[in-house]
Design a protein around this ligand. Structure first.
Ligand code: ZN
Length: 205
């Protein structure tokens, strides 16, 4: 939604990493193993991947970063990069209750053919476990099983929560939005409202 409203690309490190695994590049083998164990991929790998992506022409006027930075060293690297390029960032912190996160992730399903995401709790397919668009049987992604989710949340507490403290203490602009219960459209409106949406025309939002 932000991508459409602001007219800038949505850059998801998760999508980029999954993409690399799919293409089974030689370097992707280690990445795949790390992702499936729930641990976070090394900072150096991710930093290089993100900087390469941000230097592409479509990101010249801005970008939405999703899933990055996740660690202190990534945050430090990104802040230096943004300062070097003179980019003023806004950090959007979507606060979600821990138990709600687990319920959402365990209900997540994906179509292996077209990639469409569903959620049994909040956004179920019309027919049980079948893609609305192409009738393919839905699958649980390897990184969405309960044990892997717990490891991911542990990694989040250990590595990502300190990023927020770092960003706040560095005086960077942070918007906190409660995203526990509202549907995506409402969360989006809260974000736009908090940003005062100066960068986009009102009729597109
Ligand atoms: Zn599909």
């Amino acid at each position: 939604m932000l991508e459409q409203c602001l007219g800038i690309p949505h850059i998801s490190t998760g999508d980029m990493l999954r993409d690399r695994i799919r293409h089974a590049a030689e370097a992707g083998t280690a990445v795949a193993a790390t992702m499936q164990s729930g641990a976070l991929v090394s900072d150096e790998v991710v930093n290089l991947m993100v900087e390469a992506r941000l230097s592409e022409p479509d990101a010249a006027a801005g970008f939405v970063l999703d899933g990055y930075p996740r660690t202190l060293s990534q945050a430090d690297q990104l802040c230096k990069y943004l300062d070097r390029r003179g980019i003023r960032e806004v950090v959007i912190y979507l606060a979600v209750d821990y138990n709600i996160v687990i319920a959402r992730l365990t209900g997540r399903r994906q179509c292996p053919r077209c990639g469409t995401l569903y959620n049994l709790a909040t956004q179920p397919p019309r027919v049980d476990e079948v893609c609305d668009l192409d009738g393919e049987s839905l699958v649980i992604r390897d990184d969405d099983n309960a044990e892997v989710i717990r490891e991911r949340l542990d990694a989040y507490d250990r590595q990502t929560r300190p990023v927020l403290d770092y960003i706040v203490s560095a005086g960077r602009r942070v918007i906190q939005v409660d995203a526990s219960n509202d549907p995506p459209e409402t969360v989006y409106q809260k974000i736009c409202h908090a940003m005062e949406c100066n960068d986009c025309s009102k009729d597109r939002c």
